[in-house]
Design a protein around this ligand. Structure first.
Ligand SMILES: Nc1ncnc2c1ncn2[C@@H]1O[C@H](COP(=O)(O)OP(=O)(O)OP(=O)(O)O)[C@@H](O)[C@H]1O
Ligand SMILES: [Mg+2]
Length: 232
């Protein structure tokens, strides 16, 4: 198993009030698969993804990614894990506004050990002619494609997407989903994606339903649907 999580718990405290956000999560995803996490607002989806990505940590339980128990990593190794192994894509693209498209991608490729070619990645997301533009000169869908390019240029083992289409219209959402599916095929990248949209689950190999910090349902899709055929 590429991702193998068991009994993962996480609480946040504010003052005297302690809230248990993850109550013993178990989930598995194989290498090269697409996993989708569904669940209501506040159920713990982003907390779970942030722990898998090494930007937050669990209180107890095991989080194994590609054979490494990441809860036990030293801070140096955790930094390396985040930098080399993980690509993050968020709902709001988090691009650096005063850098061009090419420079936004270069910043990441410069700190990676074995980055992909920037022009190849730009072509893969269909933005080869926008390299010298600034983020404000792009549409929302184009900005999200830049953030996907930035996440895949380091050739990560795992692409974590937190509502990547949450800010986008229907057609643009579908083109972003198609692009993620292409990245999965072309580079063999394992993808874990959070969404509120249950229809998107059809493109996943595995679907995890989260409610109040627990996985209430985990299903395997024997057949996955191409993104361009998903409707909602
Ligand atoms: N850093 C934090 N400190 C304190 N509480 C937090 C922190 N991060 C998340 N929480 C709380 O944990 C719960 C789960 O949050 P989380 O962001 O994981 O939910 P979510 O499922 O991603 O929701 P949404 O769909 O709205 O993004 C929420 O009640 C939230 O307020
Ligand atoms: Mg969230």
């Amino acid at each position: 198993m590429f991702i193998d999580i068991s009994s993962l718990k996480k609480s946040y405290s504010s003052g005297l009030v302690k809230t248990e956000v993850l109550k013993g999560i178990g989930m598995k995803l194989e290498k090269g698969e697409i996993g989708v996490i569904l669940g209501p607002s506040g159920s713990g989806k982003s907390t779970l993804m942030n722990i898998i990505g090494g930007i937050d940590s669990g209180d107890s339980g095991k989080v194994v990614v590609d054979g490494v128990e990441i809860n036990n990593l030293s801070s140096d190794l955790l930094t390396e894990y985040r930098r080399e192994d993980i690509g993050f894509i968020f709902q709001f693209y988090n691009l650096v506004p005063n850098l061009t498209v090419g420079e936004n991608i270069e910043v990441v490729s410069n700190i990676s050990k074995s980055p992909l070619n920037i022009d190849e990645v730009l072509a893969a997301v269909g933005l080869q002619d926008k390299k010298r533009r600034f983020p404000r000169e792009l549409s929302g869908g184009e900005q999200q494609r830049v953030s996907i390019a930035r996440a895949i240029v380091k050739n990560p083992k795992l692409l974590l997407c937190d509502e990547p289409t949450g800010a986008l219209d229907y057609q643009t959402s579908r083109s972003i989903l198609r692009l993620l599916q292409q990245v999965n095929k072309k580079y063999g990248t394992t993808i874990l994606m959070i969404t509120h949209n249950a229809a998107i689950a059809a493109m996943a190999n595995r679907v995890f339903k989260v409610r109040s910090g627990e996985i209430v349902e985990a299903t395997v899709n024997e057949v996955t649907v191409p993104a361009e055929r998903i409707e909602w």
